[in-house]
Ligand binder design. Structure first.
Ligand code: HXC
Length: 513
């Protein structure tokens, strides 16, 4: 039987929509080392699960030669599918149509999937590859962006939002990813910038390449805009899939439990030597403690004096926040406070318990830091811990000094259970600084200044710089053998599984941004 005309028409329409900007532009996309929007979706989702929406939507703009552009889909592919069997909404910019630039109908398509994701409580993944606001559509394009930013804000803390940057992300296209929970940039093909090199040259006379201005190295190492740099697109999709395994579908659910190969009672004597060996890599401690040594570190190359990421303990998704003695001795500065504060709030929003490993000599001193607003930024971390209500367990491994002690998941910042290794030193400041302040006159008067300083230091360490003063007051709940950190954390988190804790109701707080 001959194919009915209506079926032929449907096939034709589908073929037209799937052609995007046409063969030549698809080839150009491949030549730039980039996959097309549809190839990306196919690789990201579970095979055969993509359900496309608004495939035949076309732009409605006139003027500036827009009548000539008859592509169906209007430069963005949208819909839903499954990631590891779980419902996920997504959109993928199609750079082959008008450079993936965003106009009225393009914006409406994205808003539709975001609204569906919110109503149905499922994550949104955005695959970005766009020249920004569609210049030919003027203010309509700016309005469309703002509708998206509004949805990003509504969805923030309700459903996970993940952005992959797999091409240019110019002008308006940066702010939607910036409002999402996680930004992944693909090495070599992605950049994010508000104003391009031409504008920078015209305004400031500076010559700068796109890569230097906003390439993946810039945003994963310097600005902190992006959380991950993927080696290639395939890795970026693997990362999205892995990341989603740690997250709930929405803020009213718990993250999935994934059976570990590791034993919950595993102890490790290696940890006994970890903290006293200075400097040590805290990531080795984290990997040692968590299930199967698997740790998904966020912002691994930015603000490295603090280390944050997701892992599992006895199969339960857990956020890790740990000072990193390898960088700046683990002291807190502006960027590390911002990094950790944002991560704590991310975990709190999505019902992920937080384990904090403390080894911090304090907040960083210095004119530059004070003038840069370390007070304002440091306060964010205090705020984030104090407002969070997920289960929180803290282990002080070595130094916990001053305001940084208070900020890093301390007892009265409302961590539920606080442990210390026997190597912990908890005090207002380190012994050297403390002795020089409180015994300055005595040291000056002493015949043998060095000997007197040594005696006072030993006395201070004995009285203050150990965990037993804190444990004697109940500020530390237990001093533990480092080898037992994993089973202790698992038992603690298990006891907190049904925790419920309330804060006064309010419109929202006023975190010092
Ligand atoms: C309309 C655009 C476009 C845009 C690119 N194109 N950006 N069309 N509006 N914003 C078109 C190009 O004209 C070209 O069409 C096609 O897309 C491919 O672009 P190329 O330049 O050939 O590609 P490439 O060399 O890879 O460079 C990509 C690029 C560059 C780096 C993104 O196109 C670029 O710099 N675009 C402008 C970026 C920008 O400044 N955007 C900000 C807009 S203002 P043809 O037909 O010639 O092949 C903004 C403010 C919003 O977004 C604020 C909201 C808060």
């Amino acid at each position: 039987m001959a194919e009915p005309e209506w079926l032929t028409r449907l096939y034709d329409m589908n073929r037209r929509a799937e052609a995007g900007g046409g063969e030549e532009r698809v080839n150009a996309q491949h030549k730039k080392g980039k996959l097309t929007a549809r190839e990306r979706i196919e690789r990201l989702l579970d095979p055969g699960t993509f359900q496309e929406l608004d495939k035949f939507v076309a732009h409605r703009a006139t003027g500036f030669g827009m009548e000539k552009n008859t592509a169906l889909g209007d430069g963005v592919v949208t819909g839903y599918g499954r990631v590891n069997g779980r419902l996920t909404y997504l959109f993928a910019h199609d750079f082959t149509v008008l450079g993936g630039s965003l106009g009225e109908t393009f914006g409406k398509k994205i808003v539709k999937v975001m609204d569906l994701a919110l109503r149905n409580g499922a994550p949104v993944v955005g695959l970005n590859d766009s020249g920004g606001a569609r210049i030919q559509e003027g203010v309509v394009s700016l309005a469309a962006y703002t509708e998206i930013f509004f949805r990003n804000t509504l969805a923030s803390g309700v459903v996970p939002q993940i952005s992959v940057i797999a091409g240019p992300s110019a002008g308006g296209t940066v702010y939607s990813p910036a409002l999402t929970d996680v930004v992944i940039m693909v090495k070599g093909i992605s950049n994010m910038f508000i104003t391009g090199p031409d504008v920078v040259k015209a305004a400031l006379g500076q010559d700068v390449t796109l890569e230097e201005l906003g390439g993946s190295a810039v945003h994963t190492k310097k600005s902190g805009v992006a959380h991950f740099m993927a080696e290639d697109e395939a890795e970026s999709f693997r990362l999205v899939r892995r990341l989603l395994t740690y997250l709930p579908q929405n803020n009213s659910e718990l993250p999935p439990h994934i059976e570990p190969r590791d034993s919950p009672s595993r102890t490790d004597a290696w940890l006994r030597g970890a903290a006293p060996s200075d400097p040590y890599d805290v990531r080795a401690v984290v990997r040692n403690v968590v299930d199967d040594g698997e740790f998904l570190e966020f912002h691994a190359e930015w603000a490295q004096n603090i280390c944050v990421g997701l892992a599992r303990l006895d199969g339960y998704s857990t956020g890790i926040v740990a000072n990193q003695p390898l960088y700046l001795s683990g002291a807190l500065d502006i960027d590390s406070s911002d990094k950790a504060a944002r991560f704590v709030r991310f975990c709190d929003a999505f019902n992920i318990p937080i384990v904090t490993l403390v080894d911090v000599p304090g907040y960083m001193p210095g004119v530059e830091l004070e003038h840069g607003g370390i007070i304002r930024h440091g306060a964010k971390l205090l705020y984030a811990y104090c407002e969070s209500t997920v289960p929180k367990v803290t282990v002080i491994t070595r130094k916990a000094y001053g305001g940084a002690y208070c900020a890093m998941g301390s007892k009265y910042g409302r961590a539920d259970l606080n442990f210390a290794w026997p190597t912990a030193e908890i005090a207002v400041m380190g012994p050297e600084a403390a002795v020089n302040i409180i015994f300055r006159k005595e040291i000056e008067k002493a015949e043998d200044k060095a000997k007197e300083t040594e005696r006072l230091l030993a006395d201070y360490r004995e009285k203050m710089a150990n965990p037993y003063v804190a444990a004697g007051r109940g500020i530390v709940d237990e001093v533990i053998d480092p080898a037992e950190t994993r089973p202790k954390l698992i038992a603690a988190l298990s006891s907190l599984r049904n925790k419920s804790e309330f804060r006064p109701s309010k419109k929202h707080g006023n975190i010092p941004l």
